[in-house]
Design a binder for this molecule. Structure first.
Ligand code: NAD
Length: 501
């Protein structure tokens, strides 16, 4: 559709016509919670409740895991001919694309991101994940090893069984799709637990899987709170793996739950405090500035790899700050997420807004200089808005430089050159991503070698496609999304030794 069609009236009409799917989706049908409990999901742009959603617990997790196990054992997905499984996943990705507008408005209402970000980032990223992994299905290979003449030894790569996917609210559809792609492509059955702040799009996804020809019980959705439904899933003795994206705090809990139950595998994609390094030799400062502002304020700063620590060489520092301030004013319009001209929406909840504002307070008290922002949106007092905010004069020992704020708060730290940049950048418990801007090829490669991060960008930020691996070092966790590497996280090897003697 022509982008001129996407007016605010268009999106408001779409939102008004939405049908909410609010129950659990188990074994191909909708079910309420056994005890009838629900929780409200709130529109953070207005503070108003959108609808009530089923609040699952142990009973619903048990039911979903049993359905997933039954489907897995039946072999109607796990042993389906690879090309037939591929056809289902391809159709699934096409159906997600065909429902782009509905997904866009569901996630935008639920967690506040600009609806056009959904159209331009989340939907294409989700469709591509399902499509990419569908294409891998008949390319997954085992191996035959070189053993003695009296034996044949081969290695099979097999699905794990029942996989629990626990996902966050910042990219509700896309985080689910990044995990569903490899989990389903490799033949597993899945129980998806969406974040309680953004439950509305997951059931549509599950319905479309069935419409694409996926068998019942292979993709189940249980809604509920993290400490109830999420914990029950992670403690379940018949779940073979938890694939998690979310906070480091909860990632650590999941590893404990695994040890307390059946030693299920746990892959974690957790927090970050991404450094963006701009060296004085980089001659196109305007481009670096544009990437830097987008790198921190995009998606309201609610991004695991938000470039929240900006390390700028002292000789260009003041010029950089001036341009950064001007570019933020040009690029970021705070407002109603359903207005296509909005580029930064409200934060996910009022309590998260409070948390981000408290960090701004901490920054002031720590002695950093507040250059702009720090406030809310006067025109929408009930919305969870926070203005794009910049602190300069930041030292890496300050709390605002060390802790993940998960909001539109940038910090600028002056540096002397590459050496102290690497030292400061690595002085973090996190290690998701890092970027460097320089024309010096040796410095760029040295940085790439020495930085403790799973993703490195040289002279860009946030570039990548399905062929680039996503995941971090250190307390960002051990998970890897995207790329063929993700397939290894949803399969296990089996060694078969055949005696020919
Ligand atoms: P969160 O950890 O609070 O919640 C994530 C999910 O875990 C939700 O579904 C929640 O219900 C569930 N959960 C919470 N407590 C649980 C428990 N005790 N047992 C089981 N499940 C539980 O995170 P969030 O606030 O939704 O998301 C923000 C975080 O996600 C940030 O830290 C961000 O960096 C991280 N994130 C990381 C990546 C990455 O790829 N590394 C991507 C996106 C977001």
């Amino acid at each position: 559709m022509d982008s001129a069609t996407y007016t605010r009236d268009f999106w408001q009409a779409k939102a008004g016509a939405l049908k909410f799917r609010t129950q659990h989706f188990i074994d191909g049908t909708y079910v309420a919670s056994a005890d009838g409990r629900t929780f409200p999901t709130i529109n953070p742009a207005t503070g108003a409740a959108i609808t009530e959603v089923a609040r699952g617990g142990e009973a619903e997790i048990d039911r979903a895991v049993a359905a997933a196990r039954k489907a897995f054992k039946s072999g109607n997905w796990s042993r389906l001919d690879p090309r037939a499984r591929m056809a289902v996943l391809e159709k699934f990705s096409a159906l997600v694309e065909a429902h782009a507008e509905e997904f866009a408005v569901l996630d935008s209402l639920d967690m506040g991101k600009p609806v056009m970000d959904m159209m331009n980032i989340d939907i294409p990223g989700s469709v591509m994940s399902l499509k990419f992994f569908s294409e891998t299905i008949d390319k997954i290979e085992g191996a035959v090893t070189s053993t003695s003449a009296s034996a044949l030894h081969y290695i099979l790569r097999q699905p794990l069984g029942v996989v629990g996917l626990i996902v966050p609210w910042n990219y509700p559809l896309m985080m689910a799709a990044w995990k569903l792609g490899p989990a389903l492509a490799t033949g597993n059955s899945v129980v998806l637990k969406p974040a309680e702040q953004s439950p509305l799009s997951a059931n549509l996804l599950a319905e479309l899987f069935i419409e694409a020809g996926g068998p019942s019980g292979v993709l189940n959705v249980v809604h509920g709170l993290g400490e109830e439904a999420g914990k029950a899933l992670a403690l379940h003795n018949d779940v073979d793996k938890i694939a998690f994206t979310g906070s480091t705090e909860v990632g650590k809990l999941l590893m404990i739950y695994s040890g307390q139950s059946n030693m299920k595998r746990v892959s974690t994609e957790c927090g970050g405090k991404t450094p963006q390094i701009i060296l004085g030799d980089y001659d196109d400062l305007d481009t670096a500035v544009t990437y830097a502002v987008n790198g921190i304020y995009g998606n309201q700063g609610e991004v695991c790899n938000a470039g929240s620590r900006i390390l700028v060489q002292k000789n260009i520092h003041d010029d950089f700050v001036e341009r950064f301030t001007a570019r933020t004013r040009e690029n970021f319009v705070l407002g109603d997420p359903l207005d296509p001209s909005t580029t930064i929406g409200p934060l996910v909840t009022a309590s998260h807004q409070k948390r981000v504002l408290s960090y701004i307070d901490i920054g002031r008290k720590e002695g950093a200089s507040l250059r702009f922002g720090g406030g809310t949106l006067a025109a929408a007092p009930a919305g969870a808005y926070v203005e794009p905010t910049l602190f300069t004069g930041v030292d890496n020992s300050m709390q605002i430089a060390r802790e993940e704020i998960f909001g539109p708060v940038a910090t600028i730290i002056p540096i002397d050159g590459t050496e102290d940049a690497i030292e400061i950048a690595n002085d973090s418990v996190y290690g998701l991503a890092a970027s460097i801007w320089t024309r010096d090829i040796s410095k760029a490669h040295l940085f790439a070698r020495d930085i403790e991060a799973g993703v490195v960008w040289v002279n860009c930020f946030d570039h990548g496609d399905m062929t680039s691996i996503w995941g971090g070092y250190k307390q960002t966790g051990n998970g890897r999304d995207k790329c063929l590497e993700a397939l290894t996280q949803y399969t296990q090897t089996k060694s078969v030794w055949v005696n020919l003697g």
